[in-house]
Write a protein that binds this ligand. Structure first.
Ligand code: PA5
Length: 462
């Protein structure tokens, strides 16, 4: 164990408990105990999707060796395109953005550049990515558990043809790696037929809980980040989460209890606040994890995020003074990698000499503390997750903490935190509008509906 692995993420609850009626808190503590039992004894709803609970220790050396081989094969390339959406995309990007240089692509001696595709349907985005790839040598990591998701499916179709044109069919097949189901889906079939190397997403791990499988590990490793530390962090957090101590000592349990207690006290929107822009994508990952796990059956805390101090000049006004249904969860990084002191100025024309010699991070911390106190005055309770440093190890801890807490929190709400029935609604309409085979009858209905309510449907021939 290295030094950092001796420390752990800490949840500060002192700015939340005072906002909660003792009866609500007691009820939540009782509910959390039942939820904890349901999760750890694997008796709750969606129990067939609890493989993620054991991922940190069950990642095999054989799989890590395979990942290392792909990484070494790809490291001579200018770029890697990671194709995927939702749970097959957000975790990897969250970790990479948290740990990479902010201006990675401008560094000399850089790693292969990582691009993302298949996470939207924007024609501009993909066309402009192709413009860039025209000039580069690149490989593709395509990730889809179902192997049939439209957005990554289209991006993969366009990019594999682009790559084949660039280097030929045989060579391009060696530059494509697929992460998908062990037997189902178009991507698996195509991989078998074409000879792409594949990694398996286990049946019992749902998309948004899959960052510690090859879904996250492969692209993260390809970006040069030490994945054994990520796994080690998750493993250490698993031990803490599984411990049946006082709830206050178990950060996942405490987080689940307090966010539910705040919800039951009328605070139905949780805002994740970050003070380092490198954590913005981590907040996106968290929003997907909690939004897709809990927002169902007319229930659920709405997960939102802000990036401070930027958003203090925008949403800060609402958070301070708007409708009072908010609470905040702050990702507070204790110590920084870099050091930048504010210089003195002879003229002091900007009036900033009172900051001379201070580190920029000290100013950032004072903004964090000042904001937290102001929001408390504005009736916005907060939970603070103290992260000793932005490292792979602590991010591994954070991932496991949030996943474990999400399972407990979902059960406390009375929903199945491992399904996502609501995401099918838009797909059904989109397929009907695009006249996908099998959706003919829906097609007619939806076009009639559009005609009667808001004029003609979009004509795709234009
Ligand atoms: O978390 C989830 O289950 C979803 O966000 C999926 O990951 C997302 O829809 C992509 O699905 P797939 O991996 O099957 O392409």
């Amino acid at each position: 164990m290295n030094n950092t692995s001796m420390k752990s993420i800490n949840l500060r609850i002192d700015h939340a408990v005072g906002f909660i009626h003792p009866d609500i808190l007691s009820a939540c503590i009782k509910d959390a105990e039942k939820a904890f039992q349901a999760l750890t004894n694997r008796t709750g709803a969606g129990r067939e999707f609890l493989g993620w609970l054991d991922l940190p220790e069950q990642t095999s050396q054989a799989e890590l060796d395979q990942i290392a081989k792909v990484v070494s094969r790809f490291q001579t390339l200018d770029a890697i395109v990671v194709i995927g959406i939702g749970g097959s995309y957000l975790g990897a990007r969250a970790i990479m953005e948290a740990l990479q240089h902010n201006f990675q692509s401008f560094l000399k001696n850089k790693q292969s550049h990582i691009f993302y595709a298949g996470q939207n349907l924007s024609e501009d985005y993909l066309s402009e990515l192709v413009d860039v790839l025209d000039e580069l040598s690149y490989g593709i990591i395509v990730i889809s558990k179902s192997g049939t998701t439209t957005e990554p499916g289209i991006a993969f179709r366009i990019l594999r043809e682009h790559l084949a044109k660039q280097i030929g069919d045989d060579e391009s097949a060696k530059r494509i790696v697929a992460v998908t189901d062990k037997e189902k889906g178009a991507l698996k079939k195509m991989s078998d037929k074409t000879g792409y190397q594949t990694f398996v997403i286990p049946d019992d791990v749902g998309g948004r809980y899959s960052v510690l499988t090859a879904v996250g590990l492969l692209p993260i490793a390809a970006s040069g980040i030490p994945i054994h530390e990520l796994i080690g962090g998750a493993e250490a957090m698993k031990k803490r989460c599984m411990e049946k101590t006082d709830w206050k000592e178990n950060p996942a349990l405490a987080y689940a209890i307090l966010r539910n207690a705040l919800y039951r006290s009328g605070k139905h929107t949780e805002i994740m606040a970050v003070y380092n822009p490198k954590l913005q994508m981590f907040a996106e990952w968290w929003k997907q994890l909690y939004g897709e796990s809990e927002g169902k059956e007319g229930k659920g805390i709405f997960p939102a995020s802000v990036s401070f101090t930027t958003d203090l000049h925008s949403l800060g006004q609402y958070i301070q003074d708007g409708e009072r249904f908010l609470f905040e969860t702050i990702l507070s990084v204790t110590s920084n990698e870099r050091m930048l002191q504010i210089p003195s100025s002879l003229q002091n024309a900007d009036g900033l000499n009172y900051l001379t010699g201070k580190r920029l991070e000290e100013v950032n911390k004072m903004a964090e503390t000042g904001t937290m106190l102001a929001h408390l005055d504005g009736n916005v309770p907060n939970l603070i997750l103290e992260i000793p440093k932005l490292t792979s190890y602590y991010l591994g801890q954070l991932i496991y903490l949030f996943e474990f807490a999400c399972g407990i929190s979902g059960y406390m709400l009375g929903v199945n935190p491992f399904d996502q029935p609501g995401v099918e609604a838009y797909k059904k309409n989109m397929f009907a509008l695009l006249k996908k085979p099998g959706f003919e009858s829906e097609s007619e209905k939806i076009y009639n509906r559009l005609k009667s309510s808001s004029g003609s449907p979009v004509d795709s021939s234009q």
